[in-house]
Design a binder for this molecule. Structure first.
Ligand SMILES: [Zn+2]
Ligand SMILES: [Zn+2]
Length: 118
């Protein structure tokens, strides 16, 4: 697994999935984007989202290896893992929104940028 030297030197592995963090966006930034999305689509979910947010934010204290490209905050969980946790939450909370969520965030966070810059 660590035979590739550049992979080893990098050292920026996500604590959850152990993949290299390529497009570091911290949870605080993702959270902001999701809240903007919820405000427009399902404001009644914001309180419940706040609860899951708190549990996810605990991870930010676990390491200081990668810097968020948007706010320069230190992070060590990749955006995909955060998005995945939020996806699992949404699936329980509001299954009817799941498809739209996937369209919006697509695990690539392309559309999320639109919500981040507001
Ligand atoms: Zn990850
Ligand atoms: Zn950030």
């Amino acid at each position: 697994m660590y035979s590739n030297p550049s992979y080893q030197d990098n050292g920026r592995l996500c604590l959850l999935c152990e993949e290299a963090i390529t497009n570091p966006i911290c949870f605080a930034c993702i959270r902001k984007g999701i809240i903007n999305w919820l405000k427009e689509n399902n404001p009644d979910l914001i309180n419940s989202f706040d609860d899951i947010s708190k549990s996810l934010e605990d991870y930010t204290d676990m390491g200081e290896k990668t810097t968020c490209i948007l706010c320069r905050r230190k992070m060590q969980i990749c955006s995909h893992c955060y998005t995945k946790e939020i996806f699992e939450w949404l699936k329980k909370e509001k299954p009817s929104l799941v498809e739209e969520f996937l369209d919006m965030f697509n695990f690539e966070l392309k559309t999320l940028y639109g919500y981040l810059v507001r």
